[in-house]
Write a protein that binds this ligand. Structure first.
Ligand code: HAM
Length: 422
């Protein structure tokens, strides 16, 4: 029996030594999204539970099994958001943003009570994008191009793009009937979940990972064969646009997604390097959702990527996790001058990250701390240096001898390296 308090299973702390890696990814994502003119929106983590029921769908794993839903002390039925699209649409309607197209991005924690495993957490983090008010395949191509650019910037290869069209509601209803006929004819080969879904949400059977169902799914009719002229043209134009942009994809007629709001374009970026949780980014079109939530009829498309999964994939070995420099000070005069010199360096070198030693101690113990901090340079201040207006500089990573520089020369050097890093 331990009464030690611990984080909730499936919810993780990001410790200071890992947070530079998160920032590395978030900074790159933000600059790519802003390069396409997208602007950030921040919405509450808690929403009325009804919002998610009406958008994601009552008969989905998320709403049926995974939501953190609760009644607050005032009796309101609330939920921790399991995703960002519903909140974004709610906010756009509430604040009257729909009179012109909106290109929005967001980031933050999402909550789903799934069985935790590598790549699947109960609190996880997404960076997402929603475009409201644009109907054409051109914007579908834009959002997919944006993700491809981000993979490039992050040095990620080995992701494959899968694509499908879910058609419109009428087309899906006709397909649903054909699918139910097929599944019912093989009902003896379905598992419990499959049999239940047969009547509640048959398209989700296509998403089953149970190998026993593979053949029934493989031989099921294809949604793409049930598209009408307009949906077909949208999908063909999307494929042609991706071809023209040099974006490789494969069409997966069984890609259906786990949220009910999608129509037409759906897509996923998948890796084979993360085992079962290989989808790092997923999204699609949801032209009916805004009106379904009470807004004016507004077409929309978006996606979200899982930050934990991406961080598991990208090579972060070159990302600096320590400060630029660590200042050690030995002797009374040096300790007295150190904080002032540190302030001057921060004033004069924009962007400099300088950790100033606090708490005294021997040269050896200060130096050990400098090394452990991950800093690139140790700046060494002893009483002699203070008197002479100089400072010792010792590289802590890679090659290089200790040198003594005038403070002005150090400032010029640091400015130069910061400038090259920016
Ligand atoms: P989603 O497929 O549910 O879509 O989630 C998007 C991504 O979030 C997944 O591909 C995965 O990378 C990550 N993710 C989901 N659940 C977990 C989990 N339990 N642990 C770790 N990562 C996870 C949506 O959320 C839609 N709102 C995407 C969208 C935006 N569609 C249109 N606009």
């Amino acid at each position: 029996m331990s009464d030690r308090l611990q984080a909730i299973r499936g919810m993780h702390d990001v410790l200071p030594e890992r947070s530079p890696l998160w920032q590395h990814l978030e900074d790159h994502a933000r600059s790519v999204l802003e390069a396409y003119g997208y602007r950030e929106m921040r919405t509450p983590l808690v929403e009325p539970v009804e919002l998610f029921k009406r958008s994601i769908g009552e008969v989905t794993d998320i709403v049926e099994k995974e939501m953190y839903a609760f009644e607050d002390r005032g009796g309101d039925r609330l939920a921790l958001r399991p995703e960002g699209t519903a909140s974004c649409v709610r906010a756009a309607i509430e604040h009257g943003l729909l009179d012109q197209p909106q290109r929005i991005w967001y980031r933050g924690p999402m909550f789903r009570r799934e069985r935790p495993q590598r790549g699947r957490y109960r609190q996880f983090h997404q960076i997402g994008v929603e475009v409201l008010g644009l109907a054409g395949p051109d914007v579908d191509i834009e959002v997919i191009s944006m993700t491809r650019r981000l993979w490039r910037v992050l040095g990620l290869d080995g992701l494959r793009l899968e694509l499908n069209s879910l058609g419109d509601a009428g087309e899906r209803a006709r397909y649903r009937a054909a699918l139910v006929e097929h599944l019912a004819a093989h009902a003896d080969r379905l598992d419990d979940d499959g049999r239940r879904r047969l009547t509640t949400n048959p398209l989700r059977v296509l998403d089953s990972k149970n190998p026993d169902l593979a053949e029934v799914i493989q031989t099921a009719p294809s949604l793409l064969d049930h598209l009408g002229t307009e949906s077909r043209a949208h999908f063909d134009d999307l494929c042609a646009g991706l071809d023209a942009a040099g974006i490789t994809y494969s069409i997966n007629p069984r890609l259906v997604r786990g949220l009910d709001y999608y129509n037409r374009t759906v897509f996923e970026w998948i890796t084979d390097a993360l085992g079962a949780q290989g989808t790092v980014c997923a999204g699609g079109r949801y032209d009916g959702l805004v009106s379904q939530l009470g807004g004016r009829d507004t077409p929309a498309v978006g996606f979200a990527m899982g930050i934990e999964r991406l961080l598991d994939l990208i090579d972060t070995s070159g990302v600096d996790t320590g400060p630029d420099a660590y200042l050690v000070a030995l002797g009374e005069a040096a300790q007295g001058a150190a904080l002032g010199i540190a302030e001057r360096l921060r004033d004069e070198v924009p962007g400099l990250s300088l950790l100033a030693h606090c708490g005294g101690g021997s040269f050896k113990s200060q130096f050990k701390k400098a090394d452990k901090s991950g800093a690139r340079l140790a700046l060494i201040l002893a009483d002699d240096e203070v008197a002479a207006g100089t400072i010792g500089v010792k590289p802590l990573r890679g090659q290089g001898e200790q040198r003594t520089l005038a403070l002005d020369a150090l400032i010029a050097e640091l400015r130069d390296t910061r400038g090259r890093m920016a």
